[in-house]
Design a protein around this ligand. Sequence first.
Ligand SMILES: NC(=O)c1ccc[n+]([C@@H]2O[C@H](COP(=O)([O-])OP(=O)(O)OC[C@H]3O[C@@H](n4cnc5c(N)ncnc54)[C@H](O)[C@@H]3O)[C@@H](O)[C@H]2O)c1
Ligand SMILES: N[C@@H](CCO)C(=O)O
Ligand code: NA
Length: 440
Amino acid sequence: MADDMAPVRIGILGMGTVGQGTVRVLKRNAEEISRRVGRELRVVHAAVRNPTRLEGLGLDARISSDPWAVVRDPEVDVIVEVMGGQEPALSLLMAAVAAGKHVVTANKALLAEHGNEIFAAAQARGVMVAFEAAVAGAIPIIKAIREGLAGNRIQWLAGIINGTSNYILSQMFREGWDFQQALAEAQRLGYAEADPGLDVDGGDAAHKITLMASIAFGIPVDFAHCHVEGIRALERTDVVYAAELGYRIKLLGIARRRADGVELRVHPTLIPHSHLLANVEGPFNAILVESDAAGQSLYYGRGAGGDPTASAVVADLVDVARTMTADPSNRVPHLAFQPDAMSALPLLPMAEVESAYYLRIHAHNRAGVLAQVATMLAEYEISIEALVQKETPEADSVPIVLLLHRCREGDLEQAIARIEALPVVVQPVLRLRVESLAEG
Ligand SMILES: NC(=O)c1ccc[n+]([C@@H]2O[C@H](COP(=O)([O-])OP(=O)(O)OC[C@H]3O[C@@H](n4cnc5c(N)ncnc54)[C@H](O)[C@@H]3O)[C@@H](O)[C@H]2O)c1
Ligand SMILES: N[C@@H](CCO)C(=O)O
Ligand code: NA
């Protein structure tokens, strides 16, 4: 494309969970994305089997029932393949590459089986085939291994990389659901593959670990030699016995480089219950990488679902769009956003920060101290969530520890100044912030 400012024109194949998520994210974050890329990412053509899927999406694009119409559309610069499966996805992708179109795909089954020929064709034609969405959904693990750890010799990686089976294990063994109920809910939530056997029998995790092994060790994609076991044989008793021994059972994909070759395997695995990976629940994924310079590094996030997978699809679209500029200095801006698109949002003073708080107050051991402290906090509309006051009758002063609900720091500072001025309070109040780190 000659014009550095013209929109990047996107064609989407398949408008299911991931296709719809991609349209939603592109629309919701259009302004932010344009500020990063320096131009608009615009969906101009979509292949849809069932047009009712588009209701409520607000998609202003050509709609075709035939995906070939999208691939052959000369107005399309980049193809997003999110229909899944082998054929016709393979032929469509190869045709897009042959036509000089970049491709973004979430289809790990296709890449694990045909990656070698696809990547060779893309290399020969000088186009990108980007696949961050294919491995561990929203987690930028492809970028982490390929770019972030590029200076390392990677020794092994081990990951929870199938959201559906991890969700099923969590629901069965923590919530007491049965297998079918948990699988049905994973399907309803958009985590499962069209053929959920790929999830529960380990094939999907095997597709992903195969791709990660290639980019970690520089070996061709060789799914046929990956060892695969799924979660169907597991029973509650196994989980109970494992727990008694101090372990959790997780479906892991493991790739390990040895002097004599590479281990490539997927199977249920006991891991120590205190390990970070043992506490990855539901549709979340996590990948632990051992490499020589960085040591161990861990990548965690949502591995399945519409918006999380779309997050990775759109990131790849941004990467692709950045290569389509004539000016190399615009490709990856130093501060991620284009220099002329920086925003003047002010940095807020601490007084404007909101948080929950822990206070330790030392006061003379007299009746009514707590009431005075509570009254002062109430004047600033700060409420107490919990209180600890140890009985130490002989001591001259006693610590009072309070957990406060979220409030404005400026209000709390004023309340603390008043508390410290009370004659019964004998030393400065210690104030620590409490963050729940919950989503939202
Ligand atoms: N759902 C997830 O969490 C997730 C995460 C990562 C990767 N993926 C991958 O993304 C891809 C899509 O997954 P999904 O969950 O969105 O599946 P989906 O079944 O919800 O959507 C696929 C869509 O493609 C359409 N489609 C299939 N063949 C078509 C054809 N020949 N012509 C026109 N339309 C066609 C289907 O009708 C369907 O609407 C798959 O490769 C999957 O493995 C999914
Ligand atoms: N079915 C897959 C989707 C994400 O690749 C999973 O459950 O992890
Ligand atoms: Na990813």
